[in-house]
Design a protein around this ligand. Sequence first.
Ligand SMILES: Cc1cc2nc3c(=O)[nH]c(=O)nc-3n(C[C@H](O)[C@H](O)[C@H](O)COP(=O)(O)OP(=O)(O)OC[C@H]3O[C@@H](n4cnc5c(N)ncnc54)[C@H](O)[C@@H]3O)c2cc1C
Length: 294
Amino acid sequence: MGGFSYAAPGSVDEVVTLLGEHARAGRRAQVLAGGTDLLVQMRGVDRTPRTIVDIKGVAETGTLRLDGAEIFIGAAIPSAVLNDHAELAALFPGLLESADLIGSTQIQGRASLGGNLCNASPAGDTIPALIATGARTVIAGPAGRRELPVEDFVVGVGRNALAAGEFLVGLKLARPAPGTADAYLRFTPRTEMDIAVAGCGVSVTLDTNGVCTAARIGIGAVAPRALLVPAAGQALVGTRIDDAALAAAGAACSAAASPITDKRGTADYRRTIIAVLCRRAAATARDRARGAGA
Ligand SMILES: Cc1cc2nc3c(=O)[nH]c(=O)nc-3n(C[C@H](O)[C@H](O)[C@H](O)COP(=O)(O)OP(=O)(O)OC[C@H]3O[C@@H](n4cnc5c(N)ncnc54)[C@H](O)[C@@H]3O)c2cc1C
């Protein structure tokens, strides 16, 4: 593998400068976080020379900020660090359920939310869960910083909205309102070390009477990219998230899906299973929300 070089910039500005220089010179540069996707791809399908830009030394990409109305999760924090964080788990149990499904203990020692999102696999587990929480991406580039909702960040299979010279610094999540909770469920043929046949993230807010006032539902592995399904969330709002509302939300997820058939499942199977996952994840989020101030 000739023609490779490695850089470890120490700040957001240095990363942007390095990526910009490469873009202007027509040379390839690629960001490295945990490397659990990147190194597999470099060894297998994509051997073209490039500069690897390791962002783990950039303080902001390793920062977790939980004070205030907005939570910030640095793009390169390994999921093992997040999974062990009791305060974050109390705020976003569903998001951490999704991070805890990535690979094995060894993989989680490196794998980041930022890498899962930027890799833009239709089956990336954290993406529907992030969509459910309403997370926003924080992007740095030559023109400064911008933010984009997670549901607009992934634009296709393996493609994201980053322009030349840009990279993902981290994720912003609003502190959940009282009575809010999330949940994530996926289905895989094997219990571990497999990718999702379908995955569903749900966040709900209940008022003090147990009535749902807000809901967001993200689905994964059933379309070229993870999707926000507004109709599924709407099916829960105004209800106590009873069986009829759960069935309507599940049906909305099936309707929004445009799955493929592959060795893990047929398109019909995926359409069926996403409704089941939605119903179960929404019921779990509801039960958690009842214990979270509703
Ligand atoms: C054995 C194994 C099991 C796995 N199981 C699962 C699973 O169950 N579920 C699942 O969803 N995934 C799984 N994965 C895939 C992978 O571990 C995850 O996608 C992981 O979250 C990637 O994070 P990373 O930090 O390692 O990303 P990296 O490999 O470092 O990067 C991934 C891609 O994103 C780009 N990138 C990374 N960070 C940034 C950034 N901040 N800005 C711009 N671009 C960036 C890289 O250039 C690269 O293209 C598995 C992988 C392996 C090897």
